[in-house]
Design a protein around this ligand. Sequence first.
Ligand code: ATP
Ligand code: MG
Length: 405
Amino acid sequence: MNRVVVHYHEIALKRGNRPAFVNQLVDNIGRALRGTGVKRIRALAGRIVVNLTPHADWPEISRRLQRVFGIANFALSWRAERDIDAITATVLEAIDGRQFSSFAVRAKRADKGFHIPSPEIGRLVGSAVVERSHAKVDLRNPELTINVEVVQREAFVGLGRVAGPGGLPVGASGTVLALLSGGIDSPVAAWRMMRRGCQVAFVHFHGAPYQDRTSRDKVMELAQLLTPYQLDSRLYLVAFGEIQRQIVTQVARPFRVVLYRRMMMRIAEALAASTETRALALVTGESLGQVASQTLSNLTVTEEAVSIPVLRPLIGMDKAEITAQAQQIGSFEISIQPDQDCCQLFIPRHPATRSTVPEIHAAEQALDIPALVRQGLESVTVSTFASPAIRATAASEQTKAPATC
Ligand code: ATP
Ligand code: MG
């Protein structure tokens, strides 16, 4: 073992922008694998090769690469000279000491200048493996898959491919700010945006001083869970209880939920513009029609409060689909813990399912919106999270507002 060969899929379909995506992926792999025994990472035609030190920690490397978006699959690999005898000898070295009763050799020439066609490489290598191991060839359901890839100046032998998470490398699509509520939906929405190549910052609105810490603790746990996918995260916590109380004293009951949402959007927009975040869009976990605040008219009214784009990656998913994804990510168990959700604070039993922009503008006349936004921003605390790869210190909580917002 001395290499990992990483394959990507979606990036390979890009044309002009492909080098930028590949560079981002190389960078992310390097950061994710810090401290595991990596010597060098290089991009070759259609694949990325990670050179390892003799004491590299393969189980840990495999665990971390499974969270690097942009990777289609990867395999523990050995380098060989571009020569069929050298390739065969390397395969025999790679399988030395392994127990398996059936196998398949999958050969691929990325460089068609190599004189032996792929099926013939498979046949030649396969018969040497049969002779050495006495295992059966099983092309359909092999216990061990041996991949042989011939590239321009060398060849690689890989054993047992591991699936990566797919998608695009984090950072390739810019930064977004996700509104994280502590419910089931918003962590899934944030994860899906990471998978589309976004670095995701988080903001959570909590009911202090009228509610306890439970929603904050949950969101901290969710941010920690999501961080290995993007290596470092920033979470803004906004005290929203007092702002809600002021809305409640000034505005008729049915509109309160929509007004809360519009205030959240405005504060989030200001945080998105801060120099330390520079997010290009907001992200929510809304799904059309799921609850009263998520009717098409309420979504429109909510969004009208800001000029930054609002992305809703779950808009067409139903609760069962979102729940299944939350379980797969591991956020479900955290999300279902009971908490005090600020959206439940001072809300009417029957919130308006259909509000209109003029109606809401009229209701907001009673409020000093810039002052409420300022109040929210002054309450902000920032927590930062780092995955083990780049963790210098444990997650730290600072009590200061972000710069220039
Ligand atoms: P979730 O499961 O994400 O809580 P939900 O189905 O409970 O969503 P709502 O409570 O209506 O729906 O919230 C819709 C979206 O608004 C959330 O997905 C989230 O993006 C945002 N949001 C709601 N409450 C908060 C909050 N307290 N802090 C941050 N974002 C919030
Ligand atoms: Mg919620």
